[in-house]
Ligand binder design. Structure first.
Ligand code: FMN
Length: 252
């Protein structure tokens, strides 16, 4: 079973690639958190790195997971460049449940947050080609049930930026909001929100459980989701193998 958490499809695309090769199933982490996965012999977790750490929603969901200490557990993190604490946080959470992570790795992909910094994630599609061989090696390792931590220490910058107080500050600066003048209430944002935190009543409204995946910002056809400033359509990103339909978790 390969569990994924995704805002713009990078982690879902990686999860699917692994599942296709291993014959496993994929499942959203939010769905898996409510099930008993005790009988699964292989459990993979694929999620993105946010601010040198694990997305807050992933941490919360991982604490609810029920998996066997006997399972072969692996973690793959998708990131723009640097992953800081993002592996150690989840390893610790799982260890508290008596579950040891057998294998972990990270893979670079387009940075979906680049758009917030005035850059275009679509200019980073080259990473998908460049790091494809790494993904093949990861798949080989997982198929052979190899063990190993392909992670260094978070480093000073990664460690400091991943501190909870710093993290809260950084992520709150990325929090999206809805521009009511542009929103037409189509509800696409609410359908893709991986934590079901958007309601639509004429216009979309973002609740207080936002984990800052910015999936909503990237799918909005009106560019009505902003972080104070508005983003042009050409800087909206979705992994090229992933359709909007694949990201729809919620019915509205
Ligand atoms: C709020 C936020 C913070 C991010 N912080 C980092 C980071 O610290 N390091 C990094 O390499 N990538 C960072 N990224 C980029 C994502 O990790 C990367 O694009 C990831 O693959 C997105 O996965 P998804 O498409 O499955 O949502 C950040 C993205 C977001 C939305």
């Amino acid at each position: 079973m390969i569990l994924f958490f995704t805002g713009t499809g990078n982690s879902l695309a990686v999860a699917r690639k692994i599942a296709d090769a291993t014959g496993d199933r994929t499942m959203p982490l939010a769905e898996a958190a409510d099930q008993n996965l005790d009988t699964e012999k292989v459990v993979g977790l694929v999620y993105p790195c946010y601010d040198f750490n694990t997305p807050p929603a992933v941490r919360e969901l991982v604490t609810r997971l029920r998996i066997s200490p006997e399972a072969y557990v692996f973690i793959i993190i998708t990131c723009g460049a640097q992953t800081g604490n993002s592996i150690w946080t989840v390893r610790r959470l799982l260890k508290r449940k008596g579950v040891r992570v057998a294998y972990c790795h990270k893979i670079r992909v387009p940075d979906n947050s680049a758009t917030i910094f005035g850059r275009n994630p679509n200019d980073q599609l080259w990473k998908l080609k460049k790091y494809a061989p790494r993904l093949e090696r990861i798949i080989d390792d997982v198929k052979a049930r190899r063990r190993g931590s392909h992670y260094g220490a978070p480093g000073l910058v990664g460690g400091l930026l991943g501190l909870p107080s710093v993290e809260r500050k950084v992520l709150s600066g990325f929090k999206p909001s809805v521009d009511p003048d542009r929103c037409v209430g189509c509800g696409l944002c609410a359908q893709v929100c991986p934590v079901g935190n958007i309601v639509v009543d004429g216009k979309a409204a973002i609740g207080d459980r936002c984990t800052v995946c910015i999936g909503c910002l990237h799918v909005c056809p009106q560019q009505a989701i902003t972080t104070g400033k508005q983003f042009p359509k050409e800087r909206q990103y979705r992994h090229p193998d992933i359709q909007i339909l694949d990201l729809k978790h919620n019915k509205i």
